[in-house]
Design a protein around this ligand. Structure first.
Ligand code: CP
Ligand code: NVA
Length: 312
């Protein structure tokens, strides 16, 4: 599989085979790291890490993944550069493209990630935008694969803010990979019709089912229940409204009973607001898996950099 030179902006741009390749490469890199073996695939490569929004997992994953493979990461926080206010995205992109071999971008607008890729001429990796969080999905899928041995045919239920970056990207990833995807959210927080249509097409090709509903009974048969914060970064002013709207969608023991299954696991991209989207007892019950998922961010992000930029 040759992904050299490709940007990683949304999973829409990748085939099921390419996504599977990245997940399997991550599993391989993870096994090697556990044996103390790191690589040299990014030797001599300089990688810019642009963060308009804060981050623990994504920032650390790009930093450690890059250094493990012999590369040099450079953190560019929102107060360090003048992206989009004193200097245009196009100009910053052209400067960074002359100096760096790859660019990670975490920010607000998906369009800015796309512009960075267009004008820098080097691979750009989406570390989260308002619309998508594609690297997170690779970690989620690696975790599901570790738990269940395969992905095809699993039932993944996402509950909560059904139109945020996580819900959008999970819907794309799951339907491409043959995972049945159920999105349970109040109607006002359903994904855009255009994206649902697109994912219905992916589901048809992969043989998965897609369901968007406000009925909590749809958790029945779930292999995994997934949730995310009710207010994403940049939406802090919506807190009161969202809490009122989403309280019935909290992941808790009562919701788990509705799965009518004993083997259902819980996933969360983190950071979690315990007592809101998930109860503390439920979170702690699945802490081992949740923190495997967090660790898997590093192995999967490393895989993306190695595949698109590395000398393999
Ligand atoms: N899951 C995730 O993206 O975490 P960070 O915001 O800490 O990077
Ligand atoms: N939806 C969340 C994801 C955090 C990883 C946010 O955008 O803040």
């Amino acid at each position: 599989m040759n992904l050299k030179g490709r940007s990683f902006l949304t999973l829409k741009d990748f085939t099921p085979e390419e996504i599977t390749y990245l997940i399997d490469l991550a599993a391989d890199l993870k096994a090697k790291k556990k044996q103390g073996i790191t690589g040299n695939s990014l030797k001599g490569k300089n990688i810019a890490l642009i963060f308009e929004k804060p981050s623990t997992r994504t920032r650390c994953s790009f930093t450690i993944g890059c250094i493990d493979e012999g590369g040099h990461p450079e953190y560019l926080g929102k107060d360090d550069i003048q992206l989009g206010y004193k200097e245009s995205i196009e100009d910053t992109a052209r400067v960074l493209g002359r100096m760096f071999d790859g660019i990670e971008f975490r920010g607000f607008k998906q369009e800015h990630a796309e512009m960075l890729a267009k004008y820098s001429g080097v691979p750009v990796w989406n570390g989260l935008t308002d619309d998508y969080h594609p690297t997170q999905i690779l970690a989620d899928c690696l975790t599901l694969k570790e738990q269940f041995g395969q992905l095809k045919g699993l039932k993944l239920v996402y509950v909560g803010d059904g139109r945020n970056n996580m819900a959008n990207s999970l819907m794309i990833g799951a339907t491409k990979l043959g995972i049945h995807f159920t999105n349970i959210a109040p109607k006002s927080l359903w994904p855009k019709e255009e994206l649902i249509k697109l994912c219905e097409g992916y589901a048809k090709e992969s043989g998965s089912k897609i369901e968007i509903t406000d009925d909590l009974n749809a958790v029945e048969g779930a292999d995994a229940i997934y949730t995310d914060v009710w207010c994403s970064m940049g939406e802090e002013d919506k807190a009161a409204e969202r809490i009122a709207l989403l309280q019935p969608y909290q992941v808790n023991k009562e919701m788990f009973a509705k799965t009518k299954k004993d083997s259902t696991i819980f996933l969360h991209c983190l950071p979690a607001v315990k007592g809101k989207e998930v109860t503390e007892d439920l979170f702690e019950q699945f802490a081992d898996i949740i923190f495997d998922e967090a660790e898997n961010r590093m192995h999967t992000i490393k895989a993306v950099m190695v595949a698109t930029l590395g000398e393999q």
